[in-house]
Design a protein. Structure first.
Length: 356
């Protein structure tokens, strides 16, 4: 992005020669720079080059007529160059405003929107040359992290979902960390949370794995934090339409995850809890019925069942060996307000980390 009236490059002689030379201030990746920093350094280019005063070579003051006869100088410039950022940044505000000014014919502003489609077909003197980027690299980036790839290669700004969004995109980005997914509890640690949102026909069935852990604060105390370590979409990969697995297969997969993250603990002590959406659409209440009885895994190991003693109180006598306090059926309509308020507060306090 280029603004002819206030531009961005750095000049080393700004104090001694301020107002005497053509000057530009250049900001690279300005979409991710602090707005105050950009504002402070932009002041090096605000001097009006049309203003002239002083003395001639003989030491005589230059009169007004002679000043007006001097040729105009090229105005100072500010140049902002960057990949696309978020729509709530100062860079996007300039990008939007300067584009409008350029379209209206203001020659002091110029915006160049260059995406990968352009640099994939470069020309020299009108002749087609080889691509500057590898299409395989772009496709790989779109598969692994499509949002960042769209910003970097297609110049598409990320929307923060507006002022009414319960969690702003900037808050999510602030809490992103790079770490590998975790598929099992290999070190027999505790605090694991398994959240299951079942579906059968239209929506996708999702199992989200998280971990609650103690994190030290600045004053030396410990506080509870959480991180998302795995998210599994229960799709039937053998079908062309990739529809959700059949309910028995989903239950079997859920049991495998319960065993994998519980480790060797008796009574599922390593699990903070197994939470199931009790809404009518996915049949979560019915799925919980299949977890009450004792069962054996594929390796032949015995495991006790799980029961929600509040939601399934009438079945406590029928399944006396089922572990209590670990399985929880939650009704979204009943707890929606509480869950959203808690989620917003936890994200604002940086208590939940997400994998990038």
């Amino acid at each position: 992005m280029y603004n002819d009236s206030e531009t961005n490059t750095v000049n080393s002689n700004v104090d001694k020669n301020r107002g005497k030379r053509k000057r530009a201030v250049f900001f690279d990746e300005s979409g991710f720079l602090d707005a105050d920093l950009v504002q402070v350094y932009s002041a090096f280019a605000i001097v009006e080059k049309g203003f002239k005063t002083g003395f001639d070579s003989d030491g005589n003051a230059i009169d007004v007529v002679r000043l007006r006869a001097l040729p105009p100088e090229v105005p100072n410039q500010i140049i902002n160059v960057s990949s696309a950022s978020n729509t709530d940044t100062d860079f996007y505000a300039k990008y939007r405003d300067y584009s409008k000014r350029m379209i209206m014919g203001d020659t002091s502003f110029f915006v160049a929107h260059i995406d990968c489609d352009l640099v994939m077909k470069p020309t020299v003197h009108g002749k087609r040359m080889g691509a500057l980027l590898s299409k395989d690299t772009i496709d790989a980036a779109m598969r692994t992290n499509p949002e960042k790839a769209r910003r970097e290669y297609y110049c598409q700004f990320t929307s923060d979902a507006g002022a009414n969004a319960i969690i702003r995109r900037g808050v999510i980005t602030r809490n992103e960390k790079t770490y590998r997914p975790i598929h099992e509890n290999s070190n027999n640690s505790n605090g694991w949370v398994i959240c299951y949102d079942p579906a059968r026909s239209r929506d996708n069935s999702i199992i989200l794995i998280g971990q609650i852990y103690d994190s030290p604060t600045n004053d030396g105390k410990m506080e509870k934090c959480g991180r998302i370590v795995e998210c599994i979409n229960l799709l039937d990969v053998g079908k062309k339409i990739r529809s959700p697995m059949q309910t028995p297969d989903q239950i079997e997969y859920l049991k495998q995850l319960i065993v994998a993250f519980n480790g060797d603990a008796d009574g599922y002590e390593n699990l903070y809890g197994v939470y199931i959406d009790a809404g009518s659409g996915g049949g979560g209440v019915n799925i919980a019925d299949y977890l009450m009885d004792d069962w054996y895994d594929k390796a032949g190991n015995y495991h006790r069942g799980l029961i929600d003693e509040e939601y399934s109180e009438e079945y406590l006598k029928k399944f006396p060996n089922a572990v209590k306090g670990k399985l929880h059926l939650l009704s979204p309509s009943k707890y929606k307000s509480d869950m959203y308020e808690a989620l917003i507060e936890l994200f604002n306090q940086n208590k939940i980390k997400l994998t990038t």
